[in-house]
Design a binder for this molecule. Structure first.
Ligand code: HEM
Ligand SMILES: [Fe+2]
Length: 260
């Protein structure tokens, strides 16, 4: 560890691992409904356990992403984090949000929108945490005055991830419309901007661990960003097949998903 403030990453990973463990528990609980007999069937029914399973996944992955970023940015920008305290405040808020959401799901308190089940107060806390995070990272880079391509790709990923969450804050009466926009958030997250976030981390790791040439890595990052924009965005159409859009989405979705 080259910078003291990188140590916040440890707690982000610790929380991520606990939530990951819980995800597995709720995955196993969901699976027992299939292979039963399940004594918990009427206490923890499938809809409840599955919602918790998939939502924990989103929360732990994002916790890991944020922790890894707090680790990577000081090394890339060669400076301590802008505020370690803010990073911990964010983690506490984030964890409270995740835990209370699970408790809520146990009592079926949620929007029923698959993977985006978080109730509005939780969604607002998610947005606040994301803003704290972007501010902290942005200030660190600004103060350091060193902004690498690896960081740029990572930041484009995070800013886009935050922007894509905005449609999830709206409520649509029409189920088809609701499902349509839901895919903008879900697909463009997992097959679009998360790729950029992971691309940023991988480039950093390859430079650090295998001594790969930074210039070469950066060139490949541009290729990844280009592919994400082309294939990731149009590839979203592989979710449109069953939501009542015109048939031309079928070939578009097929071809660009294959490219992805
Ligand atoms: C012990 C390990 C796991 C078990 C037993 C398990 C079990 C399950 C079960 C039973 C379902 C519900 C399937 C259905 O709706 O019919 C499910 C859904 C899901 N699981 Fe897991 N799971 C495990 C680990 C994971 C991991 C590690 C991830 C990802 C990091 C994951 C991601 C998902 C997702 C995204 C869904 C929703 C799929 C959909 O509704 O289309 N699971 N899992
Ligand atoms: Fe997809």
């Amino acid at each position: 560890m080259r910078y003291q403030s990188q140590s916040v990453a440890y707690w982000y990973f610790a929380v991520a691992m606990v939530l990951f463990g819980l995800q597995l528990v709720f995955g196993l609980l969901s699976a027992t409904k299939y292979i039963g007999p399940d004594p918990l069937l009427y206490i923890l029914p499938f809809d409840v356990t599955k919602v918790i399973h998939t939502n924990l996944l989103i929360v732990w992955v994002l916790t890991g992403f944020m922790g890894a970023t707090y680790w990577m940015i000081p090394e890339e920008s060669r400076a301590e984090l802008h505020s370690t305290k803010l990073a911990y405040v964010q983690l506490v808020l984030w964890t409270l949000m995740g835990v209370t959401a699970i408790i809520g799901y146990l009592f079926r308190y949620g929007t029923g929108n698959k993977l985006l089940e978080q109730p509005l107060p939780h969604k607002i806390v998610i947005v606040i945490c994301m803003l704290i995070f972007l501010y902290n990272i942005g200030m660190t880079i600004r103060k350091a005055g060193r902004f690498t391509t690896t960081e740029a790709v990572l930041m484009i990923g995070f800013v886009s991830a935050a922007l894509l969450y905005l449609p999830a804050l709206l409520h649509y009466e029409n189920y088809t419309v609701s499902i349509f926009y839901r895919w903008w958030t879900i697909h463009l997250w997992v097959e679009g901007v998360w790729m950029m976030i992971m691309g940023g981390f991988l480039a950093y790791l390859l430079i650090r661990l295998s001594g790969a040439d930074r210039e070469v890595m950066e060139k490949w990052l541009y290729v990844i960003v280009g592919l994400v924009f082309l294939a990731g965005i149009l590839g979203t159409a592989h979710h449109y097949y069953w939501v009542g859009v015109p048939t031309y989405w079928l070939p578009i979705g097929g071809v660009f998903s294959a490219l992805e």
